[in-house]
Design a protein around this ligand. Structure first.
Ligand code: 7TS
Length: 406
């Protein structure tokens, strides 16, 4: 049995008042809070081990390098990668997708090719492909979303033609909460010879993820959404592509030999990690993996699910509410909604006065908001440090807000 109140106590930031009220942090889809274990791992690194990695023979450099590479191995194991080398450190999901769109796109896309995405993508899984399509002459197409917030799988089948070279889609939508059938989507893409990229920003740290079971070529995720620090994330890159993709950015540490005219490059993730990497960030992300594993990702997923189902039930009691995405069944631990009584921005501003942190806006999914004719939404997103009591408190605050605006 997990002692959840004890787990919550590991997050010092949650023990504060905001605007004179106990903080209710319901914005973990934007960024999660950090447990002491992560804060202390980064503190320890800066206090005792700080040195650059891979380049010094002295004690501190070898300690820093060991911790940096140990974190890579932990992250690889956590998402089921075949080897630690298949994990490329990036600044986050956005940079991971840009890396693939930038180098894979430049190298393997040509006029006439199609890049397929979906209508429910975050801007970070749309804009890089628009840029890649513009540069290569490829065409960008998208799989539409049905009224219930799931992907139109019939349309997906029709769109997956021989011209599709890459299919990119999220694992869990940050606005709908939809959990996509990633295994099936990858299998379908593979059957027509298309490469797959899964945006796992909302999945890793919330549900068990195994990239080999999913069968994707690339999987992108962010440290800061899984209890780790900002400024670090990862791209799982199947070995086959590690060897085939040319470098992205040039600089120190990614080379074997440099003359004034040309250079040769390292193999493995080093080829894509020029310069001094975010060392403390990587160590913090590794500590986040240790921390999540100490609770158990299955336990976290079950707790998140129970809390989300409870929230979905309670939110539907509200007058004039419209919740985007699936209303029944499993969903990601978030609910984006509009209320007839108030614009999302006004609502979020008012609830902030009560210490409740919701997010208001389009959540970087403007095409999706247009699809659902929503001016934006308020969004409550949960993690395992949240409680039912906080959801009840949110309901009181939202009911007061409805009365205020009506
Ligand atoms: N993909 C999805 C599905 C996301 O939810 C986000 C961030 C990103 C990509 C980008 O991740 P980053 O770490 O590179 O910024 N989503 C949100 C959100 O929903 N609210 O703030 C950030």
């Amino acid at each position: 049995m997990i002692d959840w109140p004890q787990v919550r106590a590991q997050f010092p930031i949650l023990q504060q008042q905001v605007n004179g009220k106990p903080l209710i942090y319901f914005d973990s889809a934007a960024t999660s809070q950090k447990p002491l274990a992560v804060i202390e791992a980064m503190d320890h690194y800066y206090r005792w081990d700080n040195a650059n990695v891979h380049r010094g023979l002295h004690e501190l450099s070898s300690r820093a390098t060991d911790a940096f590479e140990a974190a890579r191995a932990k992250i690889a194991r956590f998402v089921g990668a075949g080897t630690a080398d298949e994990i490329i450190y990036t600044r986050g999901t956005t940079e991971a997708i840009n890396l693939v769109a930038g180098i894979w796109g430049a190298h393997f896309l040509k006029p006439g090719d199609v890049v397929l995405i979906t209508e429910m993508e975050h801007h970070s899984n749309i804009v890089p492909w628009q840029l890649a399509a513009q540069r290569s002459g490829a065409t960008l197409k998208f799989v539409p979303v049905l009224d219930d917030g799931t992907l139109d799988l019939v349309a997906a089948d029709e769109l997956l033609t021989a011209e599709v070279k890459l299919f990119a889609f999220n694992h869990i939508s940050n606005s709908l909460g939809t959990i996509n059938p990633v295994v099936d989507l990858c299998r379908k893409a593979r059957s027509i010879g298309a490469v797959t990229l899964v945006d796992g920003a909302q999945a890793v740290g919330h549900v068990p993820v195994n990239v080999q079971d999913i069968g994707c070529d690339f999987y992108a995720f962010s440290g800061h959404k899984m209890c780790g620090p900002t400024g670090i994330g990862a791209l799982y890159c199947r070995t086959q592509w590690l060897e085939k993709m040319p470098p992205w950015q040039g600089g120190g540490e990614m080379i074997l030999h440099v003359s004034m005219e040309r250079s040769t490059y390292k193999s493995g993730p080093a080829r894509f990690e020029p310069g001094t990497p975010p060392i403390a960030g990587a160590i913090g992300m590794g500590a986040a993996v240790d921390y999540l594993e100490s609770i158990g990702i299955e336990n976290i997923a079950a707790y998140d699910d129970e809390l989300t189902q409870y929230a979905m039930g309670r939110l539907q009691e509200l007058e004039g509410i419209r919740i985007l995405g699936p209303l029944t069944g499993k969903r990601g631990s978030l609910a984006a909604f509009t209320l007839a009584a108030a614009h999302p921005h006004d609502l979020v501003t008012l609830t902030n006065e009560q210490g409740l942190a919701l997010r208001g806006g389009h959540h970087c999914t403007q095409p999706l908001m247009r699809r659902f004719k929503a001016p934006g939404t308020a969004r409550a997103s949960f993690y395992f440090y949240n409680t039912r009591a906080e959801i009840d408190a949110m309901m009181d605050i939202l009911n007061d807000a409805i009365r205020f605006f009506s």
